[in-house]
Design a protein around this ligand. Sequence first.
Ligand code: 5AD
Ligand code: SF4
Length: 469
Amino acid sequence: MQIYTKEYLTSIQRIEQANNRKDAPILYIETYGCQMNVADSELVISIMIDNGYAITDDFNLADVIFINTCSVRDKAERKIRNRLKVFKFLKRSRPSVIVGILGCMSERLKEKLIEEEKIVDIVAGPDSYRSLPQLLKEAESGQTAINVLLSRDETYADISPVRRDKSGVSAYVSIIRGCDNMCAFCVVPFTRGRERSRSPETILEEIKQIIYEGYKEITLLGQNVDKYNWNNELNFAGLLRKVAIANPEIRIRFATSYPNNFTDEVLKTMADYSNICKYIHLPFQSGSSKILKKMRRGYTRESYIERINAIRKILPDCSISTDIIAGYCSETDEDHEQTISLMKNIKFDYAYTFKYSVRPGTYAARNYKDDIPERTKGKRLREIINLQTKISLESNKKDINKTFYVLIEGKSKRSSNRYFGRNSQNKVIVFPKINSKIGDIVRVVVTNCTSATLLGHIVKVDDIIKLIN
Ligand code: 5AD
Ligand code: SF4
C-alpha cells in the first residue's frame, strides 16, 4: 500500500500524474453491479496506473476497455451483453482496442464468454486483478487471456484504491471478500469465492488516507460484514469500534448485514458511537419460513422479527432497509401474503425488490423448478413495490418537523440552487444551498416529503463538523 506520509498522493494527483505520462496506453473502465464492484474497479485503476496506464472517461480514446460485470440476475448480464455491442462496433473501426471482462460474469462463464462474445480479449475473475498487466501482455500478443482462479486469501490489502467518487464525499472500504453462506438462489459464492477478512491494520491505514483525501464518510463493505473475523481475535463489532474510535471526525456506514450473524454487540457498538450512522440494511428475501428454508437462508420469519426487535430496542432511531425476492421456486399466494404481512408489520424505510432469476449452477437451479410464471412474478413484485412506496411515504412523513445533521453530497438533479445529502438514517434530503458547500455537515429541518425524498431547509451550518445524530 502507498503508506500515508507527507509524500502521499491523493487519487486525483495519481490520475493527473498518470495522465501526464507521455505515450501511456489509456484505460477506460465501466462498472456494473454492487458497491463491492465499485470498490474493485478502484483497485483495478490503482494496479493499472502503477503499471504505466493513463485513465479516461471517454471510451473512444481508450486503448483498453474494461467492463467490471455483475451476475446476480439474468437482467444484469443481459444489460452487459447489450453494452458489449457498442464496443464491438468500436472494435470494427479500431481493431487494436483490447476489451477485458472483469468481475462476476467472467468468473461464472469463464472461457465461454470468449466463445460467445467474439470481441472479448481478456476474462478476469474478482481474485485475479493483480495479474491484469500480465493478461494484457498476452492479449497484446494476440492470444486470449484468462484468469478466473479464486483465492482463499486475496484481499488486495496492500493496494491503495484510486477513488473515483465524483463528489469526493463518500468512500468505500472493503473489509471482507467472498461469501460462505450459500443461499440457494445466489451466484455470489461461486463468483466471489470463500470468505476472507482483511487485516485491521490495512483497513485503518486506508481510512487515514481517505480522510487525508478529504472524504467525510466511509462505508465498510462486504457481502456479509457480520462474518468479519481477523484471526479469531477481532470480530465485526470490534472492528467497527476500532474504526469509530480512531476516526471521530467521519461518518461510518457498513453493508451488507446478514440476519443470522447480526449481533447485539454490533447494535451496542452503533449505540455507543455517534459517528456510526444509524442505518442497517438487513435483507429478509421472503416472509414465509417455508420459502426461507428452501432459500437455505438459515433463519425463520420469527427469528428475523426477533433481530428487528433487537434493533428497535437498542437503536430506536435506526432506519432499516431490506431486499425482497418475488416469485421464488414454489412460492404460493399464501407465501407471498406472508411477505406482504411482514412488510406491513416491520415497515421498512426502504426496500430493494427483485423478481427471482434462476442462476445456473446454484442449489436452487439444480434442485427446484423455476415454476412461478413470469406474469405472477411481475404481479407480486408490483404489489410489493406499491406497498413499500406507501410505507416509505409514511416513514418520511414522520420526519416532518424533525431536524437532522446532513452531509452534503452534491447538487440536486432537479434544481441547481439546491443540494442533496443524507442524514444518519441514510435518507436523502434536498434543501436550498445557502452558505454551504459539498462536504459540509448542516442541520436541516424537514418541511415536506415524497416517498423517496425529504425536503427541507438549513437551520445551521456547522463550522466544526460535529457528528451528532
Ligand atoms: N434472483 C433474484 N434476486 C436475487 N438476489 C440475489 N440472487 C438473486 C436471484 N437469483 C437479490 C437478493 C440479494 C440481492 C443482492 O440480490 O435479494 O440480497
Ligand atoms: Fe448471496 Fe446469501 Fe451471500 Fe448475500 S449472503 S451474497 S444472498 S449467498
